[in-house]
Every structure is written in C-alpha cells, then in structure tokens.
Ligand binder design. Structure first.
Ligand code: DQA
Length: 148
C-alpha cells in the first residue's frame, strides 16, 4: 500500500480494443501502452495510479464509489459510449466528492450528433478530449495540479 495520492483511471466499453479499433480515430496505442506511460508519469509526479477497464456500466459505478471510499485525489474517466447515455454514471460522480476528469481520445463534439451530449461532463470537474492517447497524460497532469 502506497501513501502517495491515488488517481484512479477508469475506462469504459470498447476501450480494451484500443490499438486495433478504428485507428484512424483512436490511434494505434493500446490501453496497455497508455497504462505504461501513465505509470511512469505517475511515478515522476509522486502519484499512485490504479488503471482499470470494463465493458459493464455497473463496474464503472462501483469503481467510482470505490474512488470515493478510498479518498482518491482524482478519477480520470473515459466512459466510452456510456458518456452519452449513462445517468447512473452521472449520479455516481455526483455521489462522491472526488473530482472526476472526463477524458476522450477523440473530440466527441467534432463527431456524430449523438456524441455531443455528455452526462459525464455535467458532473465532472473538467474535460480533456481530442488529443489521442495524450489526453490521458494531460489529464494526469491536471489531476496532479489538484494537490494542495
Ligand atoms: C471515446 C469517445 C466516445 O464517443 C466513444 O463512444 C468511445 C471513445 C473517446 O475516447 O474518444 O468509445 O470516449
């Protein structure tokens, strides 16, 4: 167990396919590649990261609650398509005091209309999107800046 501030990095549906999934939109990095980069960056920032992915909405809800119970510094949340549909995730974010930073590889606002609504954004501290895999590293820097 580390006593460094914890940042949970939660990834939703289909993000396990990164690397092979629509690479013209999401790039060639796998989620493991991104996780490795975040681990190195976190070590440099004096943070602990806990990086997870699930295709199931309830897992994300449970993990948000866990972030609250563990007193995490922040959550980086890429909820995938659930961003645009899930009031349960919206309510879970509202139900904890941990700041949640919404992350997307693509810029959903520059894509189909159905991606223009984000239930995550309505509850999040802020959003970083459109920078490919770099959205995650930018978001981890933003999380580090929340330390007092
Ligand atoms: C995404 C954007 C969502 O609209 C999409 O459903 C995803 C990935 C992104 O990271 O760009 O699964 O969250």
């Amino acid at each position: 167990m580390s006593d460094q501030p914890l940042v949970m990095v939660l990834n939703g549906p289909n993000l396990n396919l990164l690397g092979s999934r629509e690479p013209h939109i999401y790039g060639h990095d796998t989620l493991d590649d991104i996780a490795q980069r975040l681990e190195v960056q976190a070590a440099g920032l004096g943070l602990e990261v806990d990086i997870r992915q699930s295709n199931h909405e309830g897992h994300l809800v449970d993990w948000l609650h866990e972030a609250g119970a563990r007193g995490a510094l922040a959550v980086l949340l890429n909820a995938g398509a659930l961003t645009h549909t899930s009031i349960a995730i919206h309510d879970a974010i509202k139900g904890i005091t941990v700041p949640v930073i919404e992350v997307h590889l693509s810029n959903p606002h520059a894509r189909e209309d159905f991606r223009h609504t984000s239930f995550v954004a309505r509850a999040a501290k802020g959003t970083i999107s459109g920078f490919g895999a770099r959205s995650y590293t930018l978001a981890l820097d933003a999380a580090a800046a929340l330390r007092q």
